[in-house]
Design a protein around this ligand. Sequence first.
Ligand SMILES: [Zn+2]
Length: 350
Amino acid sequence: MDKVNSITTRWNGLHISLAGRVELCRAVITPLLHYWTSVYSLPAAVINIIEKRMRNFIWGHDDINLKMHGLNWKKLAAPKEEGVREVIRSNSRFKIGNGNTIKLFLDPWCDGNFLSDFYSYRVLHRLSRDKKKNIGDFIDEGQWNVDLIPVELHQFFFQYNIQGGADKFYWHETHFTFKSAWHACRIKIQEVFWFNLCWNDGRPRWSAYAVLVLQNAVITNTYLQQKGFSLASKCVLCCKSIESGDHLFCCCDFSWKVWMSLVDICHWILQPFDSIQALALDYALKFKVNSTRTKFYRMIFTATLYYLWKERNARLHNDFYTSPNDLAKCVFWDTMDILGVCLQYVVSGF
Ligand SMILES: [Zn+2]
């Protein structure tokens, strides 16, 4: 706990971006947590506190600066400590050796299920009245002892092979890994169509903001109003409409001019949309296949969302204005900078 505290306190002073904070948690704190949980049995309360620290660090929230969390933790990380026992049970299997360590009634040795999942207590009563019996008590010289097992259970027992040697408990068909355990434990979130669109080869901060935009988690005025803050301000880009995610990144006159400038520069077709989700869907379908060309366009998409948000903040906090055309040029050249090559695009007027 002290280690996590000292790490987050040290980093807090460095003014790291949102994407940087996510990456530091992923690359530094999460492996630490994996190491500790592989050596010690950490109480769920401790894991919850560490997760809270990571959550607060990601959103820049502390005792002095109270910050809003744009995305809930389940969506951001989604590990699930509760019910781990159930997860382990459903993802693990027993290999029956001599049966001396497997409890007949108390262990889920039937492909992850208990014997009582298949038979009534009336039937199981005839098998044994001792709840603590081991499977080994029904094995004789490496075979099921048919004299001790009721006839109606013979077929069921015989489907489980007795391997001999020590009993084993294993994870699925393969070796246990934290990755497979994490995938088994985590709350499954519906897959999103924009995954490849957002997580491209561009700058990590572009991807991080694109995800926030598409999750409707950017803290716009409408977002704040939904959280109970009363605001009367309008979009700083066009000074006309109320600022929402869809407006700011898609429907705003200013934003649309930026998109259209990029259409001119990068030679593709874009029709007007009334939501950023619709625009992203069109984009994802258009640039579905993996190629250098589609990589470039996906990067343009995330960079545009990031630069629009940056422009909004520059106007709001620094009174600094950039024209739609200049902003499109910034998006284009920053993307080209990453690609490191001059593609065959003919850029007129640059
Ligand atoms: Zn606007």
